[in-house]
Design a protein around this ligand. Sequence first.
Ligand code: DGL
Length: 270
Amino acid sequence: MAVGVFDSGLGGLTVHQAIAARMPGLPLVYLGDNANAPYGTRTPDDIFRLTCAATERLWEEGCDLVILACNTASAAALRRMQESWLPEGKRVLGVFVPLIEALTERQWGDNSPPREVAVKHVALFATPATVASRAFQRELAFRAIGVDVEAQPCGGLVDAIEDGDEILAEALVRSHVEALKRRMPHPQAAVLGCTHYPLMARVFQDALGKDVKVFSQADLVAASLQDYLARRPAFRGPGEQSLFLTSGDPVRVGSKATQFLRAPITFEAA
Ligand code: DGL
């Protein structure tokens, strides 16, 4: 009954952690494609190919349902996977929709027409590929009207986090927030639209100021997964073991994961 959790690297661990806290009995297989991270500067075709390969690897571990705990893959590959690639009996879910439903005060799966919502000025921080896809704005437009979104592509930030360079990561967060504020001086809400960024959530909140509500995905995705599995229990796959897999060097990846999550995590080669 395992569920797969995929990211290009360490970021999806923020989602993994929230799912494990909410559903402690559910076996989870994590796969970080650290050897190919970052995805955020790759082409959509490349992201699609890598994401499909990782998803197939998680099927081998008995995960019929795979969470793309990666905004870049969710933005650039998910729709194409669902429309033209996914076989019967398998599911792949992304991380955008639960976040946008929370931002627009909707219940999960509420597909009623778009309406006015309280928040009018939203800052989006994401990878260059996610920003270029405009997937966030597209999903938002299905649910809300009159929301002004200013997107900041946070070049370099995923690399700094993957390298474990917290000083560089903090400097990059501050300069990206500053760049965004030059275009939107008073955002009401900020979306951390990359699962790596919650690892720097404290710095984002500090740079944005305490009046800005910062949305990150981990808990929202975990809550919507719990709801999904309650409605579709058949998608708990046959796998029984919890594992952390990486396409990179398991020792190095394990040590960076332990550094960021402040909990010991042991990886195996994918
Ligand atoms: N965690 C991925 C995301 O949510 C990072 C993408 C990357 O590797 O650049 O977008």
